[in-house]
Design a binder for this molecule. Sequence first.
Ligand SMILES: [Zn+2]
Length: 237
Amino acid sequence: MNKPVNPGQDGIAALLQGARSFREREYREPESLMPGLSAGQQPKAMMIACADSRVDPALIFGARPGDLLVVRVVANLVPPPDTDSMDSGVMSAVELGLKILAIPHLVVCGHSSCAGVRTALDQALRGVTPDSVPARHEALRNSDPDACCLRDWTSVAEAACHEVIAGHDGLSAEELARHAEQRSILKSLENLRANRWLQDLESSGALTLHGWWFDIASGDLWIADPETGIYSSHAPS
Ligand SMILES: [Zn+2]
């Protein structure tokens, strides 16, 4: 009698095969990096990226082990310092990267078709204002605990969504989402700079902040101008 097929097993088997291939490549070849990295790390850059399965920074940017310190959270958000919720995970990683490892570049990297920003945009389009967020969170906790964490977290992006809605009449849903995704990245950079120690690092020239947005459909990378916040395409040549 055949065993019932568990559709999840194919995915797990592929992951286990991936671990075997990684070990072959990164531990046994002459140019393997991993054994040497057991002594420590000195990444060239740090990136705050989305948890989305399609936008793995190491794959997109060709990073090797040890190159890139990555924090992946839904919608690549950095909450403002006065947020009394679950923001310590992101900022603890930022402290590790910038204070302890002295990484000279920090990139906030968003992307197209971001479900996290979409959640925030939907709330903003319903007319939910940032002032009402705490009361709504309380209601969510009481009535819909499963939805609470995602909406709590993505409410960080709602201020950017409100600005985009107010400033852009007549855009398609796709264009509105792109503007919200890109504006939200700039907000996260503002929230990083609201930490005095981080601002001091930037002012001294020891740290450069970057805002990037990756277009899944085309593979183009859009880079925010550090002065104006206007994005321009950095299409691979
Ligand atoms: Zn996303």
